[in-house]
Design a protein around this ligand. Structure first.
Ligand SMILES: CC(C)(COP(=O)(O)OP(=O)(O)OC[C@H]1O[C@@H](n2cnc3c(N)ncnc32)[C@H](O)[C@@H]1OP(=O)(O)O)[C@@H](O)C(=O)NCCC(=O)NCCS
Length: 175
C-alpha cells in the first residue's frame, strides 16, 4: 500500500541506519525500534515488524508489530460469546506496538499504520485463523485512539488497558 510516496515495508537491513532518528514520544516504543530488539524479534519469528518508510526524507515515519496471540472466551462480552463455539481460548493477532514519529504528526500516519495492520491481520487470518486483533494501549491517553476505531475493552488481569476488535468487524471495514 503506498500513498504520497510513503510505503509500508517489512523491517529490513536498509532501515537499520534510519532507526536512531525515530522519536514518537514514548520512550519504550522508541527504544524497541532503536535497539536491536525489533530486528531480533523479527529474526526469531517473535514479531513481524512493519515500517512506513519515507523515501523522500529517507526516514521511518512509523512502525507496528504483529504476532500470534490468543484471548480467553470467558473475557468476551455476552453478545460476542452468544452462539459461538465453547473453546476456552480463541486464536488472535497481537498488534503489539504501534507508533509514528513526532515529525509526522497531524498527517494521519497513525490511522494509516492501524489500517495497514488490520488489513494484514485480516489477510493472514484467511490462512491461519484469528478471531480478533488485540492491542495493549501503552498509556491512558492512547485508549481514545483505539476506541475511535471501534476497539472494545477486554477486562483482563493480564493488562490494564487491553482492547480488541473482532475479525468480523475488520472484514466489514474492508468490504
Ligand atoms: C497513537 C498514535 C499512533 C496516533 O497517531 P496520529 O498520527 O497522531 O493519529 P492520526 O493523525 O492518524 O489520527 C487519526 C484519528 O485518530 C484520532 N486520535 C489520534 N490520537 C488519539 C487519541 N490519543 N485519542 C483519541 N483520538 C485520537 C485523531 O483525532 C484522528 O481523528 P480524525 O480522523 O477525526 O482527525 C500517535 O499518537 C503515537 O505514535 N503516539 C506515541 C506512541 C503510542 O502511544 N502508540 C500507541 C501504543 S499502544
Amino acid at each position: 500500500m503506498e500513498d504520497g510516496g510513503l510505503r509500508f515495508e517489512p523491517l529490513g537491513s536498509h532501515h537499520l541506519p534510519l532507526r536512531r532518528r525515530f522519536r514518537c514520544g514514548d520512550e519504550t516504543l522508541d527504544v524497541y525500534l532503536r535497539s536491536k530488539r525489533a530486528w531480533q524479534d523479527q529474526a526469531q519469528d517473535l514479531a513481524a515488524v512493519w515500517v512506513i518508510h519515507d523515501p523522500a526524507r529517507n526516514r521511518i515515519a512509523g512502525y507496528y508489530t504483529l504476532s500470534g496471540f490468543y484471548i480467553q472466551r470467558r473475557l468476551l462480552p455476552e453478545e460476542h460469546r452468544e452462539g459461538t463455539t465453547r473453546y476456552e481460548e480463541y486464536p488472535a493477532t497481537l498488534l503489539g506496538r504501534l507508533a509514528r514519529d513526532l515529525e509526522y504528526a497531524k498527517q494521519k500516519i497513525g490511522e494509516r499504520l492501524l489500517l495497514d495492520a488490520l488489513k494484514r491481520a485480516l489477510d493472514a487470518a484467511g490462512v491461519v485463523a484469528s478471531y480478533a486483533v488485540v492491542v495493549d494501549a501503552g498509556a491512558p491517553e492512547v485508549e481514545g485512539f483505539y476506541q475511535y476505531y471501534g476497539f472494545e475493552r477486554l477486562e483482563t488481569e493480564q493488562h490494564d488497558r487491553r482492547y480488541y476488535l473482532p475479525m468480523a468487524s475488520i472484514r466489514q471495514l474492508f468490504q
